[in-house]
Design a protein around this ligand. Structure first.
Ligand SMILES: [Zn+2]
Ligand SMILES: [Zn+2]
Length: 252
């Protein structure tokens, strides 16, 4: 009886989908999506309910170079990028970050609690905000952690997000394209732009056989842009012509 009911539920979930979707369907039946923000049932296979999806702190208008949220009637580039354009050619973030909003909750959840579920939701939101764009990058490069930090934390949150973006947008993941060769102090503990720059100076090294023309660097949050700048500079030095920064959220 239980088996028959289970099979009926699996068939119901599977109606109208191809055979390659069965693993996902079975997973959804075993672990139905649950909103990570309020606990209600999720929708469209995501751990997000429609009400929380509608309430997400989405960025409507942003500077295309640094992803800074802008007013609807603001000039195309923010004032800072007009004077000092960043090393990277574009930056994109679908959500506005601060410590106490939904984006902050998911980013912290990824680091400290429901790692896989938060990475899947953040990665999917990032991928969906970029779907259908012309001129996609050849590869996705997650911001690397130093091996010592990786051992301590057990995982790299940028890589966890990048896996879902890669699968959803069908862009290859290149986790070994770049390594962090200096174990730097956490950027958030440094109080000046100069200290943050010095802290990351020559922190990254690219693989010797790197042969991309266009890549996107993946991270959870874009804050001051110091990490993105140093990594983009390293990639540009290695011959990459176009470096984009794709993050789930942007600090305002
Ligand atoms: Zn919800
Ligand atoms: Zn800007």
């Amino acid at each position: 009886m239980i088996v028959r009911a289970a099979w009926a539920r699996v068939r119901q979930l599977g109606q109208g989908v191809g055979a390659d979707n069965w693993p996902r369907i079975i997973q959804e039946w075993l672990y139905p999506p649950t909103c990570l923000l309020c606990g209600d049932p999720g929708e469209m296979g995501l751990d997000l309910c429609p009400a929380c999806a509608a309430d997400l702190p989405r960025i409507a208008v942003a500077c295309p170079r640094c992803a800074l949220p802008l007013a609807a009637d603001a000039p195309h580039w923010c004032g800072r990028c007009q004077i000092h354009p960043p090393v990277y050619s574009a930056a994109h973030a679908p959500l506005l970050y601060h410590g106490h909003n939904a984006a902050g909750f998911l980013v912290k959840g990824l680091k400290f609690a429901r790692r896989q579920a938060c990475a899947r939701l953040l990665g999917t939101l990032l991928a969906d905000s970029l779907a259908g764009r012309a001129d996609p990058p050849e590869a996705l490069i997650p911001v690397p952690l130093h091996p010592r930090r990786l051992r301590k934390r057990g995982f790299n949150q940028a890589l966890e997000i990048a896996r879902f973006v890669s699968a959803r947008l069908e862009i290859p993941l290149a986790p070994d394209a770049c390594r962090r060769v200096r174990d730097t102090t956490a950027q958030s503990s440094l109080d000046s732009a100069r200290k943050r720059r010095l802290n990351l100076h020559q922190a990254f090294q690219t693989a010797p056989d790197l042969a991309y023309r266009h890549v996107a660097v993946i991270d959870d949050v874009l804050t001051t842009g110091t990490t993105a700048t140093e990594l983009a500079r390293t990639l540009r030095r290695a011959g990459v012509e176009k470096v984009e920064i794709w993050t789930c959220a942007r600090a305002g």
